[in-house]
Design a protein around this ligand. Sequence first.
Ligand code: NAD
Length: 518
Amino acid sequence: MTQTQPSLTVPAGVPERIRHYINGSFVDSVGGQTFDVLEPTTNTVYVQAAAGQQADIDAAVAAAREAFENGPWPRMKNRERARVLNKIADAVEAQDKALAAMESFDTGLPITQAQGQARRAAENFRFFADLIVAGSDDAYKVPGMQMNYVNSSPVGVAGLITPWNTPFMLESWKLAPALASGCTVVLKPAEFTPLSASLWASIFEEAGLPAGVFNMVNGIGEEAGDALVKHEDVNLISFTGETTTGQLIFGNASPTLKGLSMELGGKSPAIVFADADLEAALDSTLFGVFSLNGERCTASSRILVERSVYDDFVAAYAERARNIKVGPPSDPATEVGALVHPEHYERVLGYVEAGKAEARLVAGGERPEGLPEGNYLSPTVFVDVPPSAKIFQEEIFGPVVAITPFDDEEHAVELANDVKYGLAAYIWTNDLRRAHTVADRVQAGMVWINSHNVRDLRSPFGGIKASGLGNEGGYRSLSFYTEQKAVHITLGDVHTARFGAEGYNDDDPFFAAKNLQA
Ligand code: NAD
């Protein structure tokens, strides 16, 4: 189902030029370089953005370093930092409508799905404000002998590199814990979607974040991103993006031994057993792969269905997919909008062509009628997809799903784990034992039973295998941006081997036991 294409309206608040933000000021690139930013429903260039180079990264890192070494932010009490974070949350929330309009325009996300992103971003700031106020450091005691406690301090300058899907919200995932910990930051937003990131600077200024704590350099990954990763004065990199980019960054960060957190790609299975609530599984797996245009790291892009219900499930799935409303992102009736960029669109179309040779196409696979330009693709459903197929193995990151039958629990687990990724998994069954045993056996960092991706902010977020390194989420995010120093205090007598002293017996069992205890 499609709608007609309206003429392009640039939303309010789009700046004349998207610039960097360094040490409290908006600036152009030192060398004046810019790049084109496209709008995905017509692929017209609607704005130029500053293209950061080494000199721009150097300036941003120097500002962040100065704010870290000599500014108030890392030295503030947690409660004082939390007050600023809560003001940031208020300011973010107040921008909800403007943000949704910008995000939808820049990314091609349906407007109804872009709404609420500001509230979720604000929630991240409130959550980490609460966490640092309520948190405590560890202390360990050996009564009468020794006490150990841990002092936490911010690591330093954090480099934050983010992707183009739900960009503002994903930036908040990194900004909130990094700032809460007392780090200073340099953000490098994705070059396909730099628009909404330009809102951060005024939000932070309004909330009272000191100059130099937040810096942003726009630009191409291989230029600005690369310079940030290799910079010797950046202590850590939090990266979200493709697995291949993560591998490159891993190598490039090694000479300067940076801390790394990596949230990478996925090819997550939804396993539908015959005993499940099949109507709920249908709703959830359609939403799981076609919401956010399918440009979602945790998309349930492989659906594994028990053979006894396979034909009925596939028929119902294809019918619903054909009925999904594809249209302009600005239309509130739109369920799938335009893919982010023509380069990405071409890549997704390449997978669709590969899929036609590998499996049976039962819905979509083509440009929808009535939308002659822009990066539109009808929701695409391939069935009977063999595990050897490219469309089963590789992340497509678009509105394309691969459905495969399985015979029993063993077979389902085997298929689920037969890819290099391990981000999320979804299990649909009403058998309690099976739900838990399959959750245990499936190789994924996150598992949802009888649900799509709904997450408590306290729980870990991250993938295993090729889907990532380390976990973010809750206190784990704070740990990444924090250094821990263990302080050991002696309360009792400490046995010291008296090297060079006469008459000392190091085998004395009394002293040996005391040493072990402490
Ligand atoms: P990408 O890897 O192409 O780009 C991500 C960021 O890295 C961008 O800012 C880009 O400019 C930068 N970059 C590119 N090359 C670089 C280099 N050599 N050095 C430093 N920085 C570089 O990813 P994308 O296409 O923007 O995003 C889509 C990918 O992100 C998908 O694979 C998706 O699964 C993944 N993703 C993962 C999660 C998660 O939490 N696991 C969340 C969202 C997206």
